[in-house]
Every structure is written in C-alpha cells, then in structure tokens.
Write a protein that binds this ligand. Structure first.
Ligand code: GLN
Length: 543
C-alpha cells in the first residue's frame, strides 16, 4: 500500500487554527488505528524560528533531536503520536540554504538553478523524507504555513501540486477557510472563501475538502453556495465552528461531521471504527472540573497569545490530572516593582510560574516573584530561566551574596551563580547553537522531583546557554537548597528545590514540551496539586 498524503492549506486570514485543525485530523486518524506523520512547511526566510522574537513568532518548540521549530509542532505533539524531529519542520530558509549549498558544490553544474524545478524538488524531497522517517507510516499530514495568496508560499503550493500530479491517487487537499458573519448585514459571507479557492485553482490545486472556520454552524444553503462556487461536493464542505470551552473539543466536533470517515474514503485507506473513548473521558474532566486553582505566570510576552503556548497547555494538563479547573493570570514582569507592592502587583494567586526567557528586561520582577513565593510559602515553579531566577534570588536573599546574578545580564557580577556553559564560550553564530534537545537527567530519591517522576533517570529537552555555577553548590546546599536532578556526564545541576517550602522547584529544561492532555507531565501535575492544597488567597478550591 502506498503512503497517502493530506495537504492542508489556509485561506482568507491567518490565525484560523490551521495547526490545531491539522493536529485534530491527525488525532482522528490515529483513533482509527492509522499510523501518521505530521509535517509543517513554513514559508518564511529564517532558517528556523530560534532567532525570532516571541512577539513575531510565538513560542519556539524544541524537539528531542534539538531542532528549534514552529509552535504547531507542539499541537502535533499534544494531539498525536507522530514522530517529531528536525525532519518535521522545513522553512524557506532551510530549503534555499540546501539548494544554494548544492549549487556551490557543483551538483547542478551547467544548469540555471531555478525555483521550478530545483526549489520545488527540494520541497518534495523533504516531504518524502518526512514520510520515511519511521517504518510503516500510512498517512502523512502536511500543513503549509501562511495564507494562500502570499508571495512566499507559492513555491510550496507549486510543489504540492506537482507532488499530487505525480501521485494522483495518494493525495488530497484540505483547505481551511474563514466564513465570517457580518453583524451589520446579519449575514454569513462566502465570498472570501470563493476568492481564496479561486487563487488555489489558478495554481492548479482543487481542494477535496473545505473546512470553514465560523462562529456558528453553517446552514445548508451556505454550504451549497460554497460547494457550487468552489467545485467541492456539498458533503465535503464542513464547518469548524468556534469551540465553547476547550481546544480539545475540536477533534470531537470534526468527528461528529464525519470528517475522518470522509478523509479515509477519499484516500482509500483501510481503517478501524474511530475510538475516541480516552479523549472523551479526558474532555469530560475538562468540561466538568471539581474546584479551581489560580496560577500567575510572570513573563515578558504576556499579551501575546502564543509566546508561552506549551506552558499554558501543560498547566491545563496538570489541571486535568488533578481533576480541577485552572485560571491563568498573566503578569508582565517589568511592571512588578519593589517597595512592598509585589503583593499588590501579583498577589491573589495560589501559586506562580516563571517561564523561560532571554535578556535583561523583566529580570528583577521575576526575582521579586521568587522572593515573594519563598518567603510566603507559596508554590513556585521555574522553567529554565525560571530556575535561574530561583537560584539568583536565593543567592541574594538567603546566602547574602549581594548583586549575585547571571552573567547573561551582568557580566561583572561579583557572584556569578549562573554562568555560561563552557561549551558555549567558543560559539560565534547565534542561530541553533544553544544547548538544545533531550538530555538524560538523574533524579535523587526522596525529593519532589522523584515524587513526581517516580524514576531515577528521565529525559527532558533543553534550550539555554547558561547554567548553575557549581562553584557555589556547597554553599547553596548548606542553606537547604537541594539539587535533585543532575546531568552526570556534564556535571550540570538540572533541578533545584527547597524542602523547607511546600513546593518550590526549578528546572533547567522545558518540561512543557513533553506534556499531553492524555499524559500530563508529572511536574505540572504535582505543581497543580500543590496549588490545590494551598487555596491561599482565592479560596476557590472545593475539590
Ligand atoms: N536565557 C537563559 C539561558 O540562555 C534561559 C533560557 C531559557 O529560558 N530558555 O540560559
């Protein structure tokens, strides 16, 4: 049986939730017993999103093999069991880099190197590489970033046109579009959809299925209109309306309209009846929680929906494991100032989380958050930079090391308790050169970390240049800090915790990348449990 391909494009506007839709389709196919792989093709020129500001791009999702990738891979991870690695995300930057390197090597000697066929061949080669990264992959879901009509996405659309031309029986195109409701006219409008499909057809791509993002279910009349104008059978025009409470409702809603069945039919793949029982059970917990906890996140990009995507999701997973609801309050760290007003600025939550970050802005507000949590016995969870903050705060206020700092912010600090990884000191290029990807970590028994993992060896993903400076280790330990996780080979402290506190823990890695709604990450589960035990100021917990 040949491998089948689903190409997903987006029309009209961005931010329609194409990644979420692709991941939901992946989930539904897996629930029918199909082995899938998910790929994301990004039309921007950066080689990867690692050097982009979170305001521009949102979170950078890191894979086990250390690729810095698009945040949609996080959705794929949370919704599916697709293999995810460097092969799963290609950008225009990478594609041109490869083609130009080959040109310099002389691979195309005598030829003019062009978008068609050289760039499109490289795109197709990457789709094939994604299909063969593991044995027995049956269906590959390829999401094309951007919106149809963008100049940048043209080579990708041309490549998938050719790909299908070469395998007419093995491919379908799913187009996700927007069908707005115009309040003033009191009407739902199909014209933007007609236009975006028209653009696709000009390129030679005819969608097999149209998914319509909309506020409310579409009437048969509207579907008939889209069907007629877009040359797609009416039963293959499917609405994807806004979900009421949780993004984890999306697969269920799509299944109700038979989307997975229709895709399997169109691709002629054999499959079992869809088994959504585990997902439905999980969703039931989300929709009917017992009690609520409130967590404050103190970061730098709080107004940006996607900058800490995996962190938000992992907190929701922790709440699923604890069976409660979670309210996330967002605090901009540079708005927190001393002079006794920390409580005023961020008070009122059951606990606080400080996520990863780079650079000086917002540092001191985060240090004040750690101090506030330590002194008031409020749960604190530090991720990557959040652990470094916990260390710096402890150094300054418990060990009395005045102006202790990370050398990332203060190169001349008298107490560099966080300093650059030795391997980082030789690095000149900033792209893709941090300590990246999965590393093993040994867990000390009798600690919060061991309580959570229940194992003495775990693997977690990293993305940082700085680390705890071991010269200060004994000093920290003498005042009660426990380093409960260690990368033995490099002698690096990966987890810090305070046994004298109900739950204060920092990790030098990013556990949020490895949490799923069906398999909540143990540290997020235990953090949320700690919040539930401490209905400090909200008093909301009744579970
Ligand atoms: N800026 C810090 C470092 O490079 C933390 C990085 C992070 O939080 N991902 O070590």
């Amino acid at each position: 049986m040949s491998i089948k391909y689903i190409f997903i494009t987006g029309g009209v506007v961005s931010s329609l939730g194409k990644g979420l839709t692709a991941a939901s389709i992946g989930h539904l196919l897996e629930c029918r017993g199909i082995k899938i792989a998910m790929l994301k093709l990004d039309p921007y020129l950066n080689v990867d999103p690692g050097t982009m500001n979170p305001f521009q791009h949102g979170e950078v999702y890191v894979t086990d093999d250390g690729a810095e990738t698009d945040l949609d891979l996080g959705h794929y991870y949370r919704f599916t069991n697709s293999p995810l690695s460097r092969v799963s995300n290609s950008t225009t930057g990478q594609i041109y880099e490869t083609v130009i390197k080959r040109e310099r090597k002389g691979d195309f000697l005598g030829k003019t190197v062009q978008v068609i066929p050289h760039v499109t061949d490289e795109i197709k080669a990457r789709i094939l590489a994604g299909s063969h990264q593991e044995n027995n992959i049956e269906v590959v879901i390829v999401e094309i970033g951007g919106t149809v009509g963008d100049i940048e996405s043209l080579p990708f659309l041309e490549a998938i046109r050719q790909f299908r031309y070469e395998r007419p029986k093995d491919c379908i195109n799913v187009h996700l579009t927007y069908v707005p409701y115009l309040k003033a006219a009191g009407e739902v409008k199909t014209k933007p959809t007609q236009h975006s499909v028209q653009v696709l057809r000009e390129i030679g791509i005819i969608p097999d299925i149209i998914l319509c993002r909309c506020e409310d279910e579409l009437s048969d009349d509207i579907k008939a209109k889209i069907s007629l104008f877009c040359n797609v059978r009416q039963d293959l025009v499917i609405d994807e309306k806004d979900v009421a409470k949780s993004i984890y409702e999306v697969p269920i809603e799509l299944h109700k309209q038979g989307l997975d069945e229709k895709i399997c039919k169109a691709l002629e793949v054999k499959s079992k009846p869809t088994d959504l029982s585990r997902w439905e059970k999980m969703l039931n917990t989300v929709l009917h929680p017992k009690g609520k906890v409130v967590v404050g996140i103190v970061g730098k990009y709080m107004d940006h929906q996607d900058a800490y995507k995996s962190v938000f999701e992992a907190l929701h997973h922790g709440a699923i494991a604890a069976g409660c609801a979670i309210e996330i309050r967002r605090f901009e760290s540079d708005r927190i100032v001393e002079n006794g007003s920390v409580e005023k600025a961020i008070g009122g939550c059951d606990g606080y989380l400080v996520p990863g970050g780079f650079g000086e802005r917002g540092w001191e507000g985060k240090v004040l958050t750690a101090k506030y949590c330590r002194e008031n016995q409020i749960p604190y969870f530090g991720l990557c930079l959040g652990m470094q903050i916990m260390i710096v705060e402890f150094a300054r206020n418990v060990l009395g090391l005045k102006n202790a700092h990370s050398t990332e912010v203060d190169k001349n600090t008298p107490y560099p308790v966080i300093s650059m990884l030795s391997e980082q000191k030789r690095i000149e290029n900033l792209g893709g050169t941090m300590r990246l990807g999965a590393y093993p970590c040994e867990i000390k028994k009798g600690t919060l970390a061991f309580d959570a993992y229940g194992e003495t060896l775990i693997w977690e993903r990293h993305r940082h240049r700085y680390e705890f400076n071991n010269e200060y280790k004994e000093m920290f330990e003498s005042k009660g800090m426990v380093f409960s996780g260690k990368w033995a080979k490099g002698d690096l402290c990966e987890i810090s915790e305070l046994p004298s506190h109900p739950w204060m823990l920092g990790v030098q890695f990013h556990p949020e990348f490895k949490s799923k709604p069906l398999v909540p990450h143990p540290l997020f589960r235990d953090f949320v449990r700690a919040l539930a035990l401490k209905p400090a100021m909200t008093g909301a917990w009744q579970g």
